[in-house]
Design a protein around this ligand. Structure first.
Ligand code: F6P
Length: 509
């Protein structure tokens, strides 16, 4: 850590992500309210920004963000400080709305998101038609270019040596454009989502996948969540850029005279921060309210409501559990905390509808059974909304936590649950989640499409003997505490420091 601290003292981190640490909204009485951004990228990079001099480059996403960005432009101010978040300085990228729609609603989500989570319904969709190509050129490419220009401007104004930390799949092309303008900048890019097998990438037209590989290879370091994703990336580069020299042993690629290191940094949570939210007044209030929804056995899940999380199959498995074990009727509750996401993209809206429909069907199916027993019982309770303290409050009391994502870069819910749960609850974890490679040995494993197997895992989770539950929960907790977010960050900083030292051996770092 000292090594990393020294680097931080000399550097300005330029964090670059589509979504920024906060978004602004106008309240009914005309005041401007600040809302913290949600998701893994924000949580992780907010923690990074606490330790260092940092500037965050992100898109103006809400109408109020755009108004603020425009006022700043008129005042010729580039950086926005955020009153309730000391240390944060924000630099907006402001694409026009059509370009943003193409970039975010057509290319990043669903195209890349679905591709990288193996979710393409290949016999039918997606068709890469002229509109997709237009969204690529006028949306994805154009917005990535805007990001690059902002990064270069931020680097030029940085008080210390800039280190550029690019985040995720929205920004695959930005490194190419940054390099054109500033070949000397140190570029580090972390991919938070899975990197599928090179054959699957063939579904994307060759010019697109080549541009994506080239973009990532314009970085000095590219980080992935798991060794498997890193290996797939090397294979994909090998298959699509014949001119690239791929060194599998050293995990390096040399392309057009530039070498990129490919590394693995499994992301994690900040236990202190997560505990602080879970102990907050807000969370306590939710905890009291949620007591009414608990039962002799309580299963929970916490997810963004989107297809990669496999929510519908989770409910089908629960239905199957109740069919096979009618003795559970009236004695088990499934609480699902779902955050709506990307609500302008048809696939995500439809998925939320599907979730509502399946929950309705299950609750209706068992309404009679419960009445016969003379009890009022709803097997599933759906909590839809973006309420992090409420989700953390629920994590404390589950008997089983279901994480059955089809594919997932990491899945931080599994780690938050392991940290917070107070009942030695059992984790059911999909093989497709990045977290499986770290936590799988202490969880009950499920194949995400196996409804029968998931039903069985739910049952095993509910009836597991106390000693075994306690042992598994303890191992999970220990692993999460020892492999925390700070470690994720410090590992990356070490690699950056090594690189700097190699490039400029006369300097200390
Ligand atoms: O890595 C995936 C990610 O970028 C996470 O930060 C977060 O879970 C999610 O996607 C955020 O998505 P969006 O910004 O589109 O809501």
């Amino acid at each position: 850590p000292d090594y990393a601290r020294e680097l931080l003292e000399r550097s300005t981190l330029i964090i670059v992500s589509n979504r920024g640490p906060v978004e602004f909204h106008q309240t009914n009485d005309g005041e401007i309210a600040t809302k913290r951004g949600t998701g893994g990228v924000i949580t992780a990079m907010s923690a990074a920004a606490r330790f260092a001099d940092a500037i965050w480059v992100a898109c103006a996403m809400t109408p109020t963000d755009r108004v603020i960005a425009e006022e700043m432009r008129q005042r010729r101010e580039a950086l926005l400080t955020i009153p309730d978040l000391p240390g944060f300085r924000l630099r907006f990228v402001v694409p026009d709305t059509e370009a943003y729609r193409g970039y975010y609603n057509r290319i990043a989500n669903p195209l890349l998101w679905f591709l990288q989570h193996y979710l393409w319904d290949t016999p039918r969709a997606p068709d890469i038609d002229h509109e997709t190509w237009q969204a690529w050129h006028e949306g994805y490419v154009a917005v990535n270019r805007l990001f690059a220009e902002e990064v270069v401007a931020a680097a030029a104004a940085a008080p210390r040596d800039p280190i550029v930390l690019l985040q995720d799949y929205h920004l695959y092309l930005a490194p190419t454009f940054i390099r054109e303008l500033r070949p000397d900048l140190l570029l580090h890019h972390f991919v938070h989502i899975p990197w599928p097998d090179q054959d699957y990438w063939r579904l994307l037209p060759l010019p697109m996948r080549r541009a994506i590989c080239e973009g990532l290879l314009a970085n000095d370091i590219v980080g992935f969540q798991t060794p498997r994703h890193a290996r797939s990336f090397l294979n994909t580069v090998d298959a699509n850029l014949p001119e690239a020299e791929v060194d599998y042993r050293r995990r390096e690629v040399t392309y057009r005279g530039h070498t990129t290191r490919v590394r693995v940094y499994p992301i994690s949570i900040d236990p202190e921060l997560v505990r602080a939210v879970a102990e907050s007044e807000d969370a306590r209030r939710h905890r009291e309210h949620l007591e009414a929804f608990r039962n002799e056995y309580t299963i929970i899940r916490v997810d963004r409501a989107e297809p990669s999380k496999n929510v519908v199959r989770g409910f089908l498995a629960y239905d199957r559990l109740l069919e096979k074990h009618p003795e559970l009727i009236g004695r088990v509750n499934f609480l699902a905390f779902l955050v709506p996401t990307r609500m302008e993209v048809a696939e995500y809206i439809n998925y939320l509808d599907e979730i509502n429909a399946v929950v309705g069907r299950i609750n209706a199916k068992y309404a009679n059974a419960a009445e016969i027993e003379g009890i009022h019982w709803e097997p599933v309770h759906l909590f839809v909304g973006d309420d992090y303290p409420r989700a953390l409050a629920a994590m404390k009391f589950y008997d089983v936590l279901l994480v059955n994502a089809i594919f997932d870069g990491m899945n931080l819910v599994a780690k938050e649950g392991a940290l917070l749960n107070e009942r030695n609850g059992v984790l059911i974890l999909s093989e497709g989640a990045g977290a499986y490679q770290q936590l799988g040995q202490w969880a009950l494993t499920v194949s995400p499409t196996d409804i029968e197997g998931t039903a069985e895992a739910l049952w095993q989770g509910l009836i597991m003997p106390a000693a075994e539950r306690a042992w598994r929960a303890e191992q999970l907790r220990r692993h999460v505490v020892e492999h925390d977010l700070r470690r994720w960050l410090v590992d990356q900083l070490h690699d950056i420091a090594d690189l700097r030292a190699e490039r400029a051996p006369h300097r200390l770092i």
